[in-house]
Design a protein around this ligand. Structure first.
Ligand SMILES: Cc1ncc(COP(=O)(O)O)c(C=O)c1O
Length: 405
């Protein structure tokens, strides 16, 4: 039977292949060190869990909640933007709570996209950036660029060669998967370009608080007038180690926020009220929990870069995010990222995310997530050192023959 129209547009998840191999290695008793999925392993801070438990006892919170977010939560998010970025937002018209930023992003795509609309999207990037629009009937024009001098020329080419003219541009800094960070000057240039060309900017700032070298990543909304064309998405998942709670936000341009709010009002009743109250409590905190999470990722980053480097795999230190974007070591590069990731599971008991899962231009890298403790990261490096040494001596034993074709 033929696949449904929408399902046909969703290729099988590349990560699923790695997950299957991981599961089968585990079922054979292998102790796989899982640096694959960006699924934070740290517990949600106790004060946030306590607040949830306290609120859930009140039966009034068991009813349907508010799709756009309870007022106290939207106020807390507006206060966070003011404190952190100096950006003033109206919590009634410029903030909407989402069921994680992924849901917010996908439903924004649904709210604004007409069939055939062109979207400028980074490649490699977090899959929902492209597939949210593909599911909504949009067309993706990939941008294989870094946030540097080449970015505006790439946008100019994108506008010149797209029919119809692009509707929107996706930004994601700190980037998943490349961990690259953008400066405020970069955002100023991009906002000026977007305004001149009447293009919407959707900025994914999921890693706003996970940075390591004393340079907090800016918000695109810090650019004066950016709110005329921008919406930005943030997430509680990484900042407060709350991935399973499904809580995020979209903030910015009123027309866009109103479109997303309208679509959501047809689809959901909002997160469970105790989750919303606990999320507001987290956002209104003194920042100590955030600093603790940041510090843990920072230490893991340093251990990973050092230990993998000593194992013979030089990996650039990410300035932010919870990922390292690691070039595949030379002897294996021709295999591509999926085959190399499979080899690491089979021969080093280490799982990573193949770069091709983030787009074709990611295929010479793998993404390493800092979601195991320092001890396990060191163990992963030892395993990889052994694997690299063995494969150098007996390449035919580790490189699948099919890959030579
Ligand atoms: C760049 C980026 N955006 C969004 C998300 C989704 O976050 P959430 O849990 O808020 O849906 C992730 C999760 O890994 C991410 O890396």
């Amino acid at each position: 039977m033929e696949e449904f129209h929408k399902v046909r547009r969703l290729p099988p998840y590349v990560f699923e292949q790695v997950n299957r191999l991981k599961a089968s290695a585990r079922s054979r008793g292998a102790d796989i060190i899982d640096l694959g999925m960006g699924n934070p392993d740290l517990p949600t801070p106790k004060a946030i869990v306590d607040k949830l438990c306290e609120v859930v006892r009140d039966p009034r919170t068991h009813r349907y909640s508010s799709s756009r977010g309870i007022p106290g939560l939207r106020r807390a998010q507006a206060a966070y933007y003011n404190r952190r970025f100096g950006v003033k937002l109206n919590p009634d018209t410029q903030v909407v709570a989402t069921l994680g930023s992924k849901e917010g992003f996908a439903n924004m795509a649904q709210a604004i996209t007409a069939p055939g609309d062109v979207i400028l999207c980074p490649n490699p990037t977090y899959p929902i950036h492209a597939f949210g629009f593909i599911m909504s009937g949009g067309v993706i024009r990939s941008l294989q660029v870094e946030p540097d001098d080449g970015f505006i020329p790439a946008l100019e080419r994108g506008v010149k060669h797209s029919i119809p003219k692009p509707l929107a541009l996706i930004l994601n800094y700190p980037s998943n998967p490349t961990a690259l960070v953008a400066s405020l000057d970069f955002y100023k240039d991009v906002v000026a370009f977007a305004k001149k060309n009447d293009i919407i900017i959707l900025s994914d700032l999921a890693y706003s608080e996970i940075y390591f070298d004393g340079n907090p990543p800016p918000s695109v909304l810090q650019v004066p007038g950016a709110i005329d064309v921008c919406v930005e998405f943030t997430s509680m998942s990484k900042t407060f180690s709350m991935p399973g709670w499904r809580m995020g936000f979209a903030v910015g341009n009123e027309r866009l926020i109103s479109a997303l709010t309208r679509v959501k009002s047809y689809l959901d009743y909002g997160a469970f009220t105790p989750i919303q109250v606990a999320a507001a409590h987290a956002l209104n905190g003194d920042g100590a929990d955030i600093a603790e999470v940041r510090d843990i990722y920072h230490k893991r980053r340093d251990v990973m870069v050092d230990a993998f480097g000593r194992a013979g795999w030089t990996i650039p230190a990410p300035a932010a995010s919870m990922f390292a974007w690691a070039p595949i070591p030379e002897p294996f590069r021709h295999l591509g990222s999926l085959e190399f990731s499979k080899l690491l599971i089979e021969h080093a008991d280490v799982a990573v995310a193949p770069g091709v899962g983030f787009g074709e231009h990611g295929d010479d890298h793998v993404r390493i997530a800092l979601v195991e403790n320092e001890h396990r990261i060191r163990q992963a490096a030892r395993n990889i050192k052994r694997f690299l040494a063995t494969s150098a001596k007996q390449p035919n034993n580790v490189v699948p023959l099919s890959a030579h074709r």
